[in-house]
Each structure stands twice: as C-alpha cells, then as structure tokens.
Write a protein that binds this ligand. Structure first.
Ligand code: GRF
Length: 199
C-alpha cells in the first residue's frame, strides 16, 4: 500500500513508520509515496528527505482552511496514496480534505481519545499525576480526535516524575503501536481488495 505521511513538526512518528517500511512490520506491505507538510521548514520534512523519501510542502499560514485543504488534497492525490497517515499534523481537517480519502486517514493521539482530545495530552497526564495513559490510533473524521479507534496501548507512568520522562515513555509506545496498527490495517485492506477482485 502507498502511504502519504503528513507532519508539521519534528517527525519522530514519521521516522518510525518509514523505518518500519524498511526493516519492520511494514516491510513488503507499505511504501512511502510522499511525506507532506503544511510547514515548509518542519524538521521532519528535512529528515524524510535525508532518508530518501519523496517530500512535498504547501504552506498553510494565512490560508483559508477549506481552500488550503482542497489544494493539499489535490496535491496528495497526485501521489496516489492508499492511506493518509497523520504524524503530528497540527490541523483539524475540513470535509474538503477528508472526502477524497474518507475512511483512509489515520491519526495517532497520545492519550485515550475518549478522555482527552486536542493538544497537550502528555502535559494533561503529567499534571494530573495519572498512573498510566493510553496511546490511541484512530480513523480521522471531521471532529477533533473523535474517529473510530483502531488500537490502544497503555503506557505505565508510575515513577515518571518529569514531563520529559512521560513523553519519552509515551513516544516509545507510539512508535511501535503506529507501525503495528498500520500493518494490520493494510493486511485487511489488501485482503478486501483481493476478495473484491476474485468475487
Ligand atoms: C505525537 O505525540 C503524536 O501522538 C501527536 O503529535 C506528536 C507528534 O510527534 N499527534 P512527532 O512529530 O511524531 O515526533
């Protein structure tokens, strides 16, 4: 399957997914069609280029949401992705973006999406002294972190006494869970296509 990976920042989840296509659970299952950013100077975009991934950027700053999203979707469609993988893509997607990829956009959220939506999920877990939090991989719909949950994994936060430590533990789980969940999703997707072709 062809993946379009979208990011706005550092791109550690992007790196984990790219590595998984090379030597991990996504090997023989997925290839990176493009790494795209709405921030042309995102460190993750440069990192993707250095790994040899095709990259593309379209600055969103100062643009109207619906217009930008329609343009971004059209740009991405040129790369014919089977899945759009959000990896720290800091935008809420409008219908103009979701519609062409409906049911094929995936996000990772560093909390249980039933308990916490939006930004600062690790700060929320840390400030509330939670003994554990849950990483969530989910389908993306028009709400903020409201789409169907595909997988969750608990992160033990006992004894994590700095925000850095909370993030370190959480990200380690994110990187593994994202690649594994995408692998399962793609296997099912390919089975479905095969069944459709053979009737
Ligand atoms: C991750 O914590 C992810 O769960 C959230 O945004 C952060 C992105 O980090 N959606 P990175 O750019 O993948 O390192």
């Amino acid at each position: 399957a062809r993946l379009a990976i979208l990011l706005s920042g550092r791109g550690s989840n992007m790196l984990a997914v790219v590595r998984a296509t090379q030597t991990g659970p996504l090997r023989d299952l997925a290839e990176v069609a493009v790494v795209f950013s709405n921030k042309p100077d995102a460190p993750g975009l440069e990192a993707a280029g250095a790994l040899g991934c095709p990259t593309a950027a379209l600055p969103s700053q100062g643009r109207k949401r619906a217009e930008f999203d329609a343009e971004a979707a059209a740009l991405l469609q040129q790369y014919r992705p089977d899945f759009v993988v959000l990896a720290g893509y800091m935008r809420i997607l409008s219908p103009a973006f979701i519609q062409p990829f409906a049911g094929r956009i995936i996000n990772i959220h560093p909390a249980d999406t039933h308990q916490h939506q939006g930004l600062h999920a690790y700060e929320w877990a840390f400030d509330n002294h939670l003994p554990a939090t849950k990483i969530t991989v989910h389908l993306v719909d028009e709400g903020l972190d409201t789409g169907r949950i595909l997988a969750q994994q608990t992160v033990d936060l006992r004894g994590a006494d700095t925000l850095d430590e909370v993030e370190r533990r959480g990200l380690a789980v994110e990187h593994e869970l994202y690649a594994e969940t995408l692998a399962e999703l793609i296997k099912n997707y390919e089975l479905k296509i095969k069944n459709e072709l053979t009737g």
